[in-house]
Design a protein around this ligand. Structure first.
Ligand code: ZN
Length: 377
């Protein structure tokens, strides 16, 4: 889902029809669908991204723009025409690396803003819309497929653990905005009178955990995320067992029909100190040099029952809010930490909301903890 009617009226919130048309071209081979998809090249946005104009996005409706670039990357995949990719790649870098909050979301009141204004924006009662990481994850997956790099998975992990996973209420309900304001709290949709875009994408979101755990090319299997799972690849079964991030290790066991030589590529997370990570094969430490793409590689003749263990020590880190002298977020490994500030003055109903997205934002603004009451250090 993309954007809302207000944004559509203003400046082309057309979402992703060109992605769908490009898919129809892929299925049918009929060029007319590709030609029509290419007509959705929205030059007002496309040209600045193609030419690396980072300030252009300020004030643009965030989740109106993200699906456009998903469609442009899809056109690149089918045509090989680099300009579509170059625009999509610059857009991703700009949003994921320069306009993303600590929780993996982007925007404020649904709109991009100049990152130089972070200090003022963080204290507003609104916050990033959950639909944005939904679509950014889709674009990230496309770009990763073209050129696997651990930096893409760092973004996926940040968004999945800190934005998507906590957007589901215990007992049901989804989050529209997550306030970035210190001391504010999260609100979830009520079951019968809230059906925002974020309820729709909110349901789809929780099918995303499995999408990027593994990736593969002909001779290489990538272990990207540390999520318990079973993968069938070629004629083998790969079993990952872990309670990560509660435990700081994971274990991968291979079941093979016959011995097979291939490369296992293990992601080096940005939050892990490389020299502290221990990789063991069949309980023996191995040295696996890190590559420029952020993967440790082990190439060998693998046998059924072979077991790879990764120990990934975590530490508490502070990440400063860019352009802000006063605000920082604290992480334990990849997990964004939050303070338990109690619920004084709040009713259970304060944590649920209905109505439309404007109501959602207004209700979020209704009872923020005064900043003077927020613990600081
Ligand atoms: Zn939304």
């Amino acid at each position: 889902m993309a954007g809302n009617a207000g944004a559509a009226r203003k400046n082309g919130g057309f979402g992703g029809p060109h992605e769908v048309l490009a898919d129809v071209y892929a299925f049918t081979g009929e060029k007319k669908y590709l030609k029509l998809a290419e007509k959705f090249r929205h030059n007002i946005v496309f040209e600045p991204m193609l030419h690396g104009d980072s300030m252009f996005l300020n004030k643009h409706h965030a989740n109106t723009e993200i699906p456009k670039f998903i469609g442009y990357e899809r056109i690149y995949q089918l045509t090989g025409d680099m300009q579509w990719h170059n625009a999509a790649r610059f857009f991703w870098e700009e949003v994921a690396l320069h306009r993303t909050w600590a929780n993996g979301g982007t925007s404020q009141w649904e709109h991009f803003f100049n990152p130089a204004h972070n200090e003022a924006k963080v204290n507003e009662t609104c916050g990033p819309e959950t639909c944005c990481p939904y679509n950014m994850l889709k674009l990230t997956q496309q770009l990763y497929t073209r050129q696997p790099h651990a930096a893409y998975i760092d973004y996926c992990e940040q968004a999945l653990y800190n934005s998507i996973l906590p957007s589901l209420a215990p007992g049901g309900g989804f989050v529209y905005y997550t306030s970035m304001r210190p001391g504010n709290f999260r609100r979830f949709s009520r079951p019968f009178d809230a059906f925002w875009c974020d309820v729709g994408t909110g349901m789809e979101n929780h099918g995303k955990y499995g999408e990027m755990i593994y990736a593969a090319d002909k001779q290489q299997l990538y272990i990207n995320l540390f999520i318990p799972s079973v993968l069938t690849w070629k004629d083998m079964v790969v079993r990952q067992e872990t309670t990560f991030p509660a435990e700081t290790r994971t274990q991968i066991t291979l079941e093979l029909k016959q011995n097979r030589r291939f490369t296992l590529s293990l992601r080096q997370p940005a939050w892990a100190k490389a020299q502290k990570v221990i990789i063991m094969v069949n309980h023996q430490p191995v040295s696996a040099p890190a590559n420029a793409d952020g993967y440790w590689r082990i190439t060998r003749l693998w046998k059924s029952g072979d077991c790879v263990e990764m120990s990934l020590p975590m530490q508490i880190t502070a990440r400063r809010l860019p352009h802000s002298p006063d605000h920082a977020a604290f992480f334990y490994g990849p997990v964004l930490l939050a303070g338990l500030l109690g619920t004084d003055g709040l009713e259970r109903s304060d944590f649920y909301e209905g109505g439309n997205n404007t109501d959602a934002a207004n209700q979020l603004a209704a009872k923020p903890l005064p900043l003077t009451d927020v613990p600081t250090f």
